[in-house]
Design a protein around this ligand. Sequence first.
Ligand code: PMP
Length: 386
Amino acid sequence: LFSGLEPRPSDPLLGLMTAFRADPRDAKLDLGVGVYKDEHGKTPVMRAIKAAETRLLADQDSKRYLGGDGDIRFVELLEPIVFGDALGDPARRIGIQTPGGTGALRLGAELIARARPNATVWTGDPTWPNHTPILRAAGLTVASHPFYDPRARTIRFDEMMLALGKAAPGDVVLLHGCCHNPTGADLSIEQWDAVIERIAERDLVAFIDLAYQGLGDGLDADAAGLRKAWSALPEVLLAYSCDKNFGVYRERTGAMWGRFADADTAAIARGNILALARTLWSMPPDHGAAAVRIVLDDPELAADWRTELSAMCERLGGLRQALASADPRLAYLAEQRGMFALLPVDKTGVHAMRDAHGIYMTDGGRINVAGLGIDDVAPFVDALRP
Ligand code: PMP
């Protein structure tokens, strides 16, 4: 049977991690892996999460199944943070816990495929490399619209709008909520307005991926586009990840929300969502969501989480400013947001930086800004000079 399998290329990011580990140089820098790192290159467990885990360990008295929805209180406590005042009619909304943002994306993709098997999902060029495989795995057709011009370092907004103007009614538009991966280029609020208007007039559906809330301009600002779409459009799906903003990556913590045209559609969608989740993972894992729930249910822990998240966000902003002021070619980095950026280096340049300086990034020149300490900025910029 298995001799019929086609070989698959290995994930380039995993290869990069292996090469980094094998590099004996002390001064090496890993800018490849997509996790937040502090000034010392560590990805610590956030203080509030650690406290919540201690409580969880002491107080948890059962590990019986959670149910298909997962931790309902976790979902409820996230809602004001994610949606603010835009939450709207509960009868038209469904929220369920998922294994990470990836699980939420897959669940949303499966729901779309159930509702309209021949729907096309439009993704930006470029987008997170896992988007297309997830959507295709659900059987959907994926089309790409222009998003970012790597030479001009700007969003190709007019071309994006033109492409969306050609999408067929019922097609889906996948949008990054904030901190675009891999470019760091986010839509302005005026651009969100225009995209939402285009989605409404073409009868499209917005599918928003919000994986970095709080790591761009702050919790509310980072959700501003999503909240506009959620209020303005009859149907929206949201894939949400807590893995970065609560630092619980390996705990696979996320949620999916759907907003539907009316209560009857929402009820039917809910049955479908639960049936799909049952075949995908049956029930989501508990630990990460339970820790997030304990944090958000306790005003002191919640405040401490916000403080620590703000500090992470400020560190990213500070690094972007430092890179921008160190080299005029990097000035655009100060205008962009989040952990990721595309650098003006080609594959040869990327390999040369790896060989000569032990600086590791993906072949496309994407860096995780958080991989730098503030003292790394000057040598990094020197290494970048041809
Ligand atoms: N969407 C984007 C844009 C991401 O960058 C990531 C994580 N790299 C995810 C979704 C998935 O997040 P998770 O680890 O929670 O599955």
